[in-house]
Design a protein around this ligand. Structure first.
Ligand SMILES: [Zn+2]
Length: 700
């Protein structure tokens, strides 16, 4: 089982899940195109014919056919772990966003205005001289507080004070927080008219439990280097006995990892929907002083919780009691410094990059500071920047064009439901009802977030980051007890990504994803259907995949399928799991068909819906030939070129373990499940991607 979803371009989605503040320095990288080093986008206004490798038969390796010449000609820029069309889009968006931010900084806007907050946040981060001059001093108040912890209630108070709204079990699917626990405020799964707080496991410095528990030499090597990294971080902050402390800190993290649920378990919504009342915590998860913890977290008036990984909460709570207070203080000290590194002097930033960038992702070079500065502002004031972004770069005509595409896809999807021969009429009726109320957000939210309570202090880079994460936490706590807002977005308009919000029965398509080369008004629309159209189809289909089947039209966790229909659907899923288990990027590592099945279902069904929608948009007429290609060839080539990507080995290995999406290459091979692809490229039995008609998976 698997949930979802920031669909698409994994370059952005996956690493966003690895450490909020900490990852800013090592998240994949907008790269300004410069001659010779970066990939070229597909030719403006069409398919990148020069990127095709005609020595490969489409039926043997469609990804290599569509992209082989491009792959041979391009290198991954040194500051990135991967590069492809997502990189082109991310570059374009980063440059545009940086311009907006620097304009805001130059405007000398009145104190307290959004433009001033944007400008001051950016300027504070960019003032490296001031950051160097302060050294580790900005850490001191937090470290002194940790040093003063004298007993178990003091520890519970400190841990409660770290809780932030930094995880998301269903929408952005971020299961990672380096704080001991993470909080997600979202609709209650049994009663979607109200919000509930979801408590998730956390506390690890490495991406997930596998990094601590896997016995392979590669993982053992990463662990050794991680202990070295902890030591270096402590030394940089002037902490005595760094070597011995690093070993104890790692050992504590290893124990926490031992209590953690796996990624696969965490993605199972039926395992996560555990309702606890406040008094349950003491009995079911003894150890941590929960009353003190919740009070420090601002949750003292909250009685109902959803505990996503109860085994982990129980195990971690026991460790709070069993492990020495001194070790916990050392651990909190390290976590505090590590989280702040992005906003500290260069030595801290370099050490963080050396481990998270080089060792974990294989990226040789840290991104330019201005690009990291853009990320810092996006994290703190995302919708304020997004408002400026769409005013300048997302004209109403493009919004209208995207909305028309969405309407065609919904109609195509409805048509596919009608034509299913195996589905019971009552299930069809419920599916159609769900399509009818799906709330599709295009470009940006209807209402913008209010940042008036966020204080920005010029010259205080670390303080600004800490205040903004606290502001975001309080904004989320403020939702408790309020009516559910189905119009709220979980992505910034200037993010290259898209998402399905299953409990809200809503989709977000940020403006930055609706730009060339995947959405381009200068080329035939069929190419846009193959590119962004397949992604729109993908997100729509999430409402009807193995997990979407669990949520009714109102977002209640209630399987709306008949038993027979769900069994048929599960059988198709098993077929797809087998198909993807067969993909082996390395001799010792295969794609995990089960971990990625929801995303793969959405890819197959989304591509089919986009194909139907493109046909529908032409009212039954054939698309005109263009660049010597038929309409269907344009559609499938555009799809495969959207997934072109080069990726470093360490990054790909990390994604296979932590990402619920298949690697880009295999997403391009989705085409082998559609009959029309066989005709368009004369694919024959015996070719490597050939599937007999009965083996082509048709979920919708
Ligand atoms: Zn998805």
């Amino acid at each position: 089982m698997s949930f979802r979803r920031p669909t698409v371009m994994p370059a952005v989605a996956t690493l966003a899940a690895v450490a909020t503040l900490a990852s800013l320095a090592c998240a994949p990288a907008p790269k300004v195109a410069s001659a010779g080093t970066t990939a070229s986008a597909p030719a403006a206004g069409g398919i990148d014919l020069a990127g095709i490798d005609r020595s490969v038969a489409p039926g043997d390796d469609f990804f290599a056919y569509a992209n082989g010449a491009w792959l041979g000609k391009n290198e991954i820029p040194p500051d990135r772990s991967s590069y492809g069309v997502s990189g082109v889009l991310v570059d374009l968006t980063a440059r545009r966003t940086a311009d907006l931010i620097t304009d805001a900084a130059k405007a000398n806007a009145p104190a307290g205005s959004l433009a001033r907050k944007i400008g001051d946040t950016y300027a504070s981060f960019m003032d490296e001289a001031a950051i160097e001059a302060k050294g580790a001093e900005p850490l001191r108040p937090a470290l002194e507080k940790i040093a003063a912890i004298a007993d178990a209630p003091g520890l519970a108070r400190a841990l409660g004070g770290t809780l932030r709204a930094d995880v998301d079990a269903l929408n952005s699917t971020n299961f990672y927080t380096s704080n001991l626990f993470g909080l997600w405020v979202a609709q209650d799964l049994n009663d979607p008219t109200r919000y509930s707080p979801f408590l998730l496991q956390g506390g690890l410095g490495l991406p997930n439990r596998d990094y601590y528990l896997d016995a392979s030499p590669r993982m053992a090597d990463i662990r050794t280097r991680y202990v070295g990294h902890i030591t270096s971080v402590l030394k940089l902050a002037g902490i005595a006995d760094a070597d011995a402390k690093a070993v104890r800190i790692f050992e504590l993290e290893r124990r926490i990892a031992g209590a953690h649920a796996s990624r696969l378990e965490s993605e199972d919504v039926l395992k996560g929907n555990n309702h606890w009342v406040r008094s349950d915590f003491t009995g079911r998860a003894p150890g941590l002083d929960w009353q003190v913890f919740f009070a420090a977290a601002g949750l003292d008036r909250q009685n109902d919780f959803i505990v996503w990984q109860p085994g982990a909460v129980t195990g971690i709570s026991a460790l709070v009691k069993d492990q020495p207070l001194g070790t916990w203080k050392e651990y909190l000290t390290f976590r505090t410094i590590e989280k702040a590194s992005t906003f500290l002097p260069k030595a801290f930033v370099d050490e963080q990059f050396a481990f998270f960038g080089k060792v974990l992702s294989g990226t040789p070079q840290l991104r330019d500071r201005w690009k990291r500065g853009v990320d810092v502002v996006d994290a703190a004031l995302g919708e304020a920047v997004g408002k400026l972004y769409v005013e300048r770069h997302f004209p109403p005509s493009e919004k209208a064009r995207a909305e028309e595409m969405v309407r065609n896809e919904l109609a195509a999807f409805g048509g596919r439901i009608d034509r299913l021969d195996w589905m019971a009429p009552e299930t069809k009726a419920k599916a159609k009802a769900k399509v009818a109320v799906l709330k599709v957000g295009v470009g940006y939210p209807d209402r913008w977030r209010d940042y008036s309570a966020l204080e920005v202090v010029k010259g205080d880079a670390l303080g600004n980051a800490q205040r903004s994460s606290l502001f975001e936490y309080r904004r989320n706590l403020g939702k408790l007890g309020q009516p559910v807002d189905r119009g709220e977005w979980v992505m910034n308009p200037q993010l290259v990504n898209a998402v399905n919000l299953p409990a809200m029965n809503a989709l977000n398509f940020p403006a930055a994803f609706l730009q060339p080369p995947v959405f381009d008004p200068t080329r035939p629309a069929v190419m846009d259907y193959g590119a962004i159209g397949a992604i729109i189809g993908h997100e729509i289909c999430h409402s009807f995949d193995d997990q979407g089947a669990l949520f009714d039209a109102k977002g209640r966790l209630d399987n709306w399928w008949t038993k027979e229909d769900f069994a048929h659907f599960s059988a198709s899923s098993e077929q797809l799991i087998k198909q993807y288990d067969g993909y082996r990027p390395f001799p010792d590592a295969a794609v995990n068909g089960r971990l990625t099945v929801s995303e793969n279902i959405a890819d197959v069904a989304g591509l089919a819906a986009a194909y139907d929608a493109y046909r529908l948009s032409l009212g039954g007429k054939e698309a005109p030939a263009f660049q010597g290609l038929t309409g269907d060839q344009q559609f499938f080539l555009s799809f495969a070129q959207t997934w072109r990507q080069k990726i470093r080995e360490a990054a790909l290995r990390q994604r296979i373990l932590t990402d619920s999406h298949a690697p880009a290459e295999y997403r391009a091979d989705t085409v082998r499940n559609l009959d029309a692809w066989y005709t368009a490229f004369a694919v024959k039995p015996g070719q490597k991607l050939y599937l007999a008609p009965k083996d082509r998976v048709r979920v919708w």
